[in-house]
Design a protein around this ligand. Structure first.
Ligand code: T1G
Length: 697
C-alpha cells in the first residue's frame, strides 16, 4: 500500500485519500497510489460509491512540476484519468483549497464533484508554457462549452466554487470547512439516489452548441495582442478545437501531440524556472527560517508623490493604517487626491467596490509633522534621490521614532550605509525599493546595509509577502541589482543612438525580445529628468559622465510623457510613443557637435549591446555577493522591469544562449568600445572555462 494514497471504507463509501504535502502534487508515487487505491475500491464489494479526497491544505494542485524535464515514469496522468473515468462504480471528487491543472483534470475525470465554497479551480498550465495534458482540453469544454473553456485554459485564471457550480464544473457546493464530511455525505447521497456512472467524455450537449462556429478563429485573433510572443496559448486553442471536431480518443491524441510540443518549447523551461525562482527568493541565504519578525501594524511614509502615494496604497490594500507626511498641505492634498483617483479608477473597472475605496482611504491619513511617526512600526522615506536630504530626514526619524521601528528608504540607487550613518540605529535601517507604479509592480527590492539586523531583513521580506509583492533581498551598491543593470543597458542604448541607431529601432529590438516597453519609451514614462538628475549627481560627485543627447532633450524641457514630449512625442490623452523629427534633429546636431559620423547599426548588435552588457553586470553582481543567486537577478528583472517570464529572466536566458556566446561578444565589445561595463566578468570567464552555467552556481 502506498503511504501517500490510502484506501478505506466508511459505510458503503470507498474512500481514496491522498496525503502528499505540500500541495498533493501528482508525483509518480501519487499516480501509482491512485491506481492502486482505485483497484482496491473496485474490488471492495462493500463499496457502492468511491470518494477521492485529499489531506492538508488543498486538493491536488497539479502535476508535480519538479518532475518536468525528467523521463516520465508510468503511469502517466492520462492513464490515471482513464482508470478513474472508466470506474464502473460512481466516482466522486471532493475539492477544497485549489484544484489546479492535473488536479482539476483528475476531478473532472471523476463522475461527480463537490467543492467547499472556499475552494477554487483552474487550469493554469498556460502560465508554465504548457496546456492541460491529461484531458482538460477535451473534458472541460464538455462541461462548460467553448467560450469559458477557452478563457479558463488560455488565461490560467482560477474560478471560485460558486462560479464553478454555475458553469457545471462542480455539482454541489458546501459552505462548511470539512471536506471529508461534505464528500462522504455527497457520495452517500449519490449512492442512495442510485445515480449512474456519468462519464464527462460522453457529454456532448455543450459541444453541439459550438460545433462549426468561428469562435476559435475569433479567439485566436483576440490572443494576438494579449499573448504576444507566447507559444502555448495558441496550442491551447488548437487542443480545445479538437474537442469539437474529433471523437474523444482522437481528441486526446491531438491534445497529447500539442502538449508534447509545449513541453519541448524553451518557453516551458523559462516559465517553470520563473515559477520556482519566484518562490526560492523568499528563502534568503544565511537567514534562518525561524528568524524573529517584528509586527508591522502601522506604517509612516515620507513624501506623497507618485512613489509615496503608490507605496501607501499597498499597505492600505491589506488593512494596515498609513500616515503620509509632506512638507506642505498643498502637496499632501494633491497626493491624497491621486490615491483616491487611483482607487476610484479601480472601482470603475470593477476590481474593487466603492466600499473598499472608502475603507482603504480611511486607512490613509496625512500629516505635516514627524510627530505622527512616534508610534509607527515602519517608516518608508520616498523623497527624491538626494543624499543630503535623505540623511537629514533619517536623522529626524531617529530622533522621533520609537525603539524598534524600522527606518526604510525607497531609494533606487543610493548608499544605504551612508543613509544609516545619519542615525544611531543602523541595524534598523534598510532599503525598500519599490518599482513605479508602486501600487502595481510586483517587485520589492529589499536592500541590506552592512549593519542591517537579521530581524529587520526577515521583517521586510515578510512585509513583501504581506503586501503581495515578490521580495528579493539584495546587497548595497550603486543601483543595487535592478537599476545597476538597467543603467548599463541605458548607457549602451544612448551610445547606440549616438552612433547611428534611432531610439525607436533600439526600443523595437527590446520589445521584440519580449519587454513590454523599450528603453526610451520606459524613460519617457518615468520621466527622463530622473536619469538626468542622477547623471548630474554623479558629475557633482566627480564622476566622468559623458554628455548625452538625452540631456539636450531635458534642457529643452522635453521630460517625457509628463510634458507630452521627451524622446518621443505624445498626443493628448494618449501614452503611445510617436517618433519625433525634432528629436532626430537634436540627435543629428549632437552627433555633429561630438564629431560622430552616424553608421547603420544591426538589430543583432543592438540586442547584444543592450542585453549582454546587463548579463556581464549581473555576473559581477554575483561575484560581489550583491545577489546570492542568478535566480534572484532573474526575479528582479521579471517582476521589476517586465523581462519576459517565458525567457526565464536575463541570467536564465544567457544560460540558454550559452555563456561562451555571451563571453565572446563581451570580449569583442571590450576590444571595440572599451569601458568598464565591457570588462569581462571574472565569474563569466570562470564559468565558461569550466563549461558551467549561472544555473550551476
Ligand atoms: N508541483 C510541485 N510543487 C509545487 C506545485 C506543483 N504543481 N505547486 C506548488 N508547489 C510547491 C511550491 O514550490 C512550494 O514549495 C509549495 O508547494 C507551496 O507553494 C498534466 C502538466 C498551489 C496556488 O500550475 O499555483 O498539472 O517552496 O508557495 O502561495 O495538465 O503553488 O514550500 O518547497 O506557491 O499557497 C499545474 C502551481 C501544474 C499550480 C499554492 N498546477 N502552484 O500557492 O504556496 S502542470 C499549477 C500554484 C499540470 C497537467 C499539467 C501555487 C498554489 P516550497 P506556494 P501558495
Amino acid at each position: 500500500m502506498s503511504e501517500v494514497v490510502t484506501y478505506n471504507r466508511e459505510g458503503t463509501v470507498g474512500v481514496i485519500t491522498v496525503n502528499y504535502p505540500p500541495v498533493n502534487a501528482l508525483s509518480h508515487a501519487v499516480r501509482s497510489g491512485l491506481v492502486a487505491a482505485l483497484e482496491q475500491g473496485q474490488k471492495d464489494s462493500g463499496a457502492k460509491v468511491l470518494l477521492l479526497v485529499c489531506e492538508g491544505r488543498t486538493f491536488i494542485a497539479g502535476a508535480d512540476i519538479r518532475e518536468f524535464g525528467k523521463p516520465m515514469q508510468s503511469p502517466g496522468l492520462p492513464e490515471v484519468m482513464d482508470h478513474y473515468e472508466n470506474s464502473d462504480k460512481p466516482m466522486v471528487a471532493a475539492i477544497h483549497g485549489t484544484a489546479l491543472g492535473g488536479g482539476l483534470e483528475t476531478a473532472i475525470a471523476c463522475h461527480y464533484r463537490i467543492a467547499l465554497s472556499s475552494a477554487r479551480v483552474g487550469l493554469p498550465e498556460v502560465k508554465l508554457g504548457l496546456l492541460p495534458g491529461a484531458g482538460g482540453t477535451q473534458r472541460l469544454p464538455r462541461l462548460t462549452g467553448a467560450k469559458k473553456a477557452l478563457e479558463m485554459i488560455t488565461t490560467g485564471e482560477f474560478v471560485d466554487a460558486r462560479e464553478a457550480l454555475e458553469l457545471g464544473i462542480v455539482d454541489a457546493v458546501d459552505d462548511g470547512d470539512d471536506i471529508k464530511a461534505a464528500g462522504l455525505a455527497f457520495a452517500q447521497k449519490i449512492a442512495d439516489e442510485g445515480k449512474p456512472v456519468r462519464r464527462v467524455r460522453d457529454l456532448t450537449e455543450k459541444l453541439e452548441a459550438d460545433k462549426g462556429s468561428d469562435v476559435f478563429d475569433q479567439f485566436r485573433a483576440s490572443l494576438e495582442k494579449k499573448a504576444r510572443g507566447l507559444f502555448s496559448p495558441f496550442k491551447c486553442v488548437d487542443a480545445i478545437q479538437a474537442a469539437f471536431e474529433l471523437p474523444f480518443d482522437e481528441g486526446m491524441k491531438r491534445e497529447r501531440e500539442l502538449f508534447t510540443e509545449c513541453m519541448e518549447s524553451p518557453q516551458r523551461a523559462g516559465l517553470i524556472h520563473a515559477f520556482f525562482a519566484e518562490r526560492e527568493v523568499s528563502k534568503v541565504k544565511g537567514l534562518a527560517k525561524d528568524t524573529p519578525v517584528r509586527d508591522i501594524n502601522s506604517v509612516g511614509i515620507i513624501g506623497a508623490g507618485t512613489m509615496g502615494g503608490g507605496i501607501a496604497m499597498n499597505f492600505a490594500n491589506v488593512g494596515i493604517p498609513v500616515t503620509i507626511v509632506e512638507v506642505k498641505q498643498e502637496a499632501l492634498d494633491k497626493g491624497l487626491g491621486i490615491i483616491r483617483k487611483n482607487y476610484e479608477n479601480s472601482a470603475k473597472k470593477g476590481r474593487i467596490s466603492q466600499q473598499q475605496v472608502e475603507e482603504r482611504m480611511a486607512l490613509i491619513s496625512g500629516s505635516l509633522t514627524y510627530d505622527d511617526f512616534k508610534e509607527v512600526d515602519l517608516v518608508i522615506e520616498a523623497v527624491f534621490e538626494n543624499m543630503a536630504i535623505k540623511k537629514e530626514i533619517f536623522a529626524k526619524l531617529d530622533a522621533v521614532c520609537k525603539p524598534g521601528a524600522i527606518l526604510a528608504s525607497n531609494t533606487s540607487t543610493l548608499d544605504i550605509d551612508e543613509i544609516a550613518s545619519a542615525t544611531g540605529r543602523p541595524e534598523d535601517v534598510v532599503g525598500m525599493h519599490f518599482f513605479s507604479p508602486a501600487n502595481v509592480m510586483k517587485l520589492l527590492e529589499n536592500v541590506r546595509g552592512s549593519k542591517t539586523s537579521d530581524e529587520v531583513k526577515a521583517t521586510v521580506m515578510a512585509v513583501a509577502k504581506k503586501i503581495k509583492k515578490v521580495g528579493v533581498l539584495v546587497g548595497n551598491c550603486y543601483g543595487f541589482v535592478g537599476n545597476r543593470m538597467l543603467h548599463k543597458r541605458g548607457a549602451e542604448a544612448m551610445s547606440l543612438v549616438n552612433e547611428g541607431a534611432t531610439p525607436q529601432q533600439v526600443d523595437k529590438v527590446l520589445t521584440d525580445l519580449g519587454y513590454p516597453m523599450g528603453q526610451f519609451a520606459m524613460s519617457d514614462l518615468a520621466g527622463i529628468d530622473v536619469g538626468y538628475r542622477i547623471r548630474e549627481e554623479r558629475r557633482n560627485a566627480g564622476e566622468n559622465v559623458p554628455a548625452s543627447w538625452v540631456d539636450k532633450l531635458v534642457e529643452q524641457n522635453r521630460l517625457g510623457q509628463k510634458t507630452m514630449a521627451g524622446v518621443y512625442k505624445y498626443e493628448e490623452g494618449s501614452r503611445k510613443p510617436i517618433p519625433d523629427p525634432e528629436v532626430d534633429a537634436i540627435i543629428a546636431d549632437f552627433r555633429k557637435e561630438q564629431g560622430i559620423t552616424p553608421r547603420e547599426i544591426s538589430d543583432q548588435e543592438i540586442l547584444e549591446r543592450c542585453m549582454f552588457v546587463m548579463i556581464n553586470e549581473g555576473a559581477k553582481i554575483l561575484e560581489e555577493g550583491i545577489a546570492d543567486r542568478a535566480l534572484d537577478i532573474d526575479v528582479v528583472w521579471i517582476y521589476g522591469y517586465g523581462f519576459p517570464a517565458y525567457r526565464g529572466g536575463p541570467m536564465f536566458w544567457a544560460d540558454q544562449l550559452g555563456l561562451d556566446t555571451i563571453l565572446q561578444a563581451v570580449e569583442k565589445y571590450y576590444d571595440e568600445l572599451g569601458g568598464d561595463q565591457w570588462k569581462p566578468s571574472a565569474l563569466l570567464k570562470k564559468l565558461v572555462a569550466e563549461g558551467k552555467s549561472f544555473g550551476d552556481l
